[in-house]
Design a protein around this ligand. Structure first.
Ligand code: ZN
Length: 262
């Protein structure tokens, strides 16, 4: 009698688990991550598989109207952007994501955002859902107070950056270094590849298949023009021209968001 009762209870649990798994994500996630910032133009976060750091996480963001049960918007992004803070935290920075969102297209002002990583057609939760108010730009997360503070602070920082069209379209995060006209930097005292005389705060070298000659990009508050190329400048890399070797060296290597100016 007792045995039977236990068996039935186990079957009930097993079938409940099966239903729950089929209805919604459950079980051990292959990745960890979370939403770290939401602002008027973007949702940012990170996702990675600590067991296999080459496994790029496919992240899906589901945006719900507050209280709604069906997402009003789905966004998909691969978590493969470099983030300096992750490099420090995870010892590997290439697992960030940042995806554009146009809140003005969505009705209502209070939203809840859930992040999932998708593996073999299955959805796994990434961290806690985050609330966003498009009027105030307020971000709240379900995490404990200290983390919430951090999330809000980073969201505020992102929101402080200009997001208007004149500020350009985000091209994502680039690896950026400095160079000058000296032999060590390969400048050789000559002109840029475009033929123009290189100028500080103006000339930048890019992978011309990514950014053709003449492209204008904003990094921070400075707008540069692509006038040069370099054998090591490939993909999402840029080399900023400086008028002295000391300045070029002191730039070091930074990872910054780059905006294309139209
Ligand atoms: Zn130099």
């Amino acid at each position: 009698m007792k045995k039977n009762g236990l068996k039935q209870w186990m079957i009930a649990v097993l079938s409940f688990t099966a239903v729950a798994a089929a209805a919604f994500p459950a079980g051990a996630a292959p990745a960890r991550g979370k939403i770290t910032g939401v602002d008027s133009g973007r949702i940012a976060g990170w996702a990675w598989n600590p067991e296999d750091t080459n496994d790029v996480q496919q992240v899906e963001l589901h945006i719900f109207q507050s209280g709604g049960s069906e997402p009003v918007k789905y966004l998909h992004v691969a978590a493969e952007e470099y983030r300096e803070d992750l490099a420090a935290e995870l010892k590997d920075g290439w697992h960030g994501f940042s995806v554009k969102v146009d809140w003005s297209q969505l009705e209502g002002s209070d939203f809840k955002i859930r992040a999932y990583t998708v593996k073999d057609g299955k959805y796994y939760n990434l961290g806690e859902p985050v609330s966003y108010n498009k009027g105030s730009g307020t971000v709240k997360s379900g995490e404990k107070a200290a983390d919430t503070k951090k999330t809000t602070a980073s969201a505020t920082k992102e929101a402080a950056e200009p997001q208007t069209s004149s500020a350009g379209t985000s091209l994502g995060t680039f690896s950026i270094s400095g160079y000058c006209n000296c032999d060590k930097c390969g400048g050789g005292g000559g002109l840029t590849y475009s033929g123009a005389v290189p100028q500080a705060n103006h000339t930048i070298a890019a992978d011309l298949t990514v950014l053709p000659l003449g492209s204008k990009v904003r990094i921070g508050n400075t707008v540069y023009t692509v006038e040069d190329k370099g054998s090591a400048v490939q993909g999402k890399k840029l080399d900023i021209y400086y008028d002295s070797h000391e300045k070029a060296i002191s730039h070091g290597r930074t990872w910054q968001e780059v905006f294309l100016i139209h």
